[in-house]
Design a protein around this ligand. Structure first.
Ligand SMILES: Cc1ncc(C[n+]2csc(CCOP(=O)(O)OP(=O)(O)O)c2C)c(N)n1
Length: 358
């Protein structure tokens, strides 16, 4: 069977880099939660109260920590290997994550100078999200670097292939939601690899985000046996790298290891075809990224599981106005990312973390 399990591979991230990448992920998660909920008190310097919270909550948390996790890893390989890479987001409803990343890397402030890299800027970043006169809850044209708007699921993979045709140096990393994968358009798009010529086209790296749920229902890919899923992708012409877990450091090592191996494989496919000619369609690598939906949000609220379930899809704590005890849960959730270790006293991302972005 064409699969490679990376769970037992060597730990390739040195401890210092691992810690920084995890902190960067926490910063993106902090800013994502803040965008969904906060109207004021952006760095939680005061105890959180209802006045600091938006009256109408709208956004999608569930997909966001996974998108953020992948983003920090792509940042590493772009920097380390000087790659020409773009990030295609199938779950475009994970808008807070993409906005958080473009803010932390500086492009947001470059385009919108009023959203400064300090506490005031973070406050505005939070307030504008899904707010009258502000920005949409999905990745949208106004998100820096965004080429097309999310909203209708199903077109990520075909766009990723379209981006690399006749673009030999580009790698399009494409996150596909397991719910999105059930749309007709996406289900057909796996076959786009049949049209890819490794001599004059670039490469697509599909990353199936297997977080188990589509809004309130389980996904088919999460309910069939793993072996069957791997065989399905083998049949589509892919070699599957399986990355799975809920312990961040372990998943960081797995994903880093998979990405390093995959880059070598892509390079080898391209070098072979570009040296000796395109004689046989290659088997391209892809990743299955199996992590909990809503990863790092409260595990249980009012006795019901939230992290790792469909309850985390949109706004995990949606009744803050009527349940004051939930405000404490939200505060503890946001503080679990330790914002004081991520941002300096003025609210700027610490330099050693900012250096991670390309
Ligand atoms: C074509 C289409 N059908 C339905 C929806 C409504 N919708 C928004 S998010 C979502 C679930 C997506 O699940 P998945 O792709 O697995 O993303 P994630 O679980 O990571 O949020 C659905 C069905 C949509 N946006 N587009």
């Amino acid at each position: 069977m064409e699969t490679k399990n990376v769970q037992e591979t060597d730990k390739i991230l040195p401890p210092e880099l691992l810690n920084k990448m995890n902190a960067y992920w926490q910063a993106t998660n902090y800013l994502s939660v803040g965008q969904i909920y906060l109207y004021d008190n952006p760095l939680l310097k005061e105890p959180l109260t209802l006045e600091h919270i938006k009256p109408r909550l709208l956004g999608h948390w569930g997909t966001t920590p996974g998108l953020n996790f992948i983003y920090v890893h792509l940042n590493r390989i772009i920097k380390q290997y000087d790659l020409n890479m773009n990030y295609v987001t199938g779950p475009g409803h994970g808008g807070p994550g993409l906005v958080a990343n473009t803010y932390l890397e500086g492009s947001y402030t470059e385009l919108y100078p009023n959203i400064t890299q300090d506490e005031q800027g973070i406050k505005k970043l939070f307030k504008q999200f899904s707010f009258p006169g502000g920005i949409p809850s999905h990745v949208a044209p106004e998100t820096p670097g965004s080429i097309n708007e999310g909203g209708e699921l199903g077109y990520s993979l075909v766009h990723a292939f379209g981006a690399v045709f006749d673009n030999p140096d580009l790698i399009a990393a494409c996150v596909v939601g397991d719910g999105e994968a059930e749309t007709g358009a996406l289900a057909a798009s796996w076959h786009s690899n049949k049209f890819l010529n490794p001599v004059h086209d670039g490469a697509v790296l599909p990353i199936l985000h297997l977080n188990g749920y589509k809004i309130a229902n389980p996904t088919i890919f999460a309910r069939i046996p793993e072996e069957e899923l791997i065989q399905l992708f083998n049949g589509y012409g892919y070699k599957v790298y399986w990355v799975e877990g809920d312990e961040p450091n372990d998943v960081h090592q797995q994903l880093a290891s998979a990405l390093d191996t995959i880059l070598i494989e892509i390079k080898a496919i391209q070098t072979e075809a570009r040296t000796n000619g395109f004689t046989k369609r290659p088997i391209w690598p892809m990743i299955v990224f199996k992590t909990p939906k809503g990863w790092t949000c409260p595990k249980i609220v009012d006795g019901l599981p939230v992290e790792g379930t469909w309850r985390s899809h949109q706004v995990p704590l949606a009744e803050l106005a009527t349940k004051p005890e939930h405000i404490k849960i939200l505060e503890a959730w946001m503080k679990s990312y330790q914002p004081e270790k991520l941002f300096d006293e003025k609210g700027k991302l610490k330099r050693e973390l900012a250096e991670l972005a390309p």
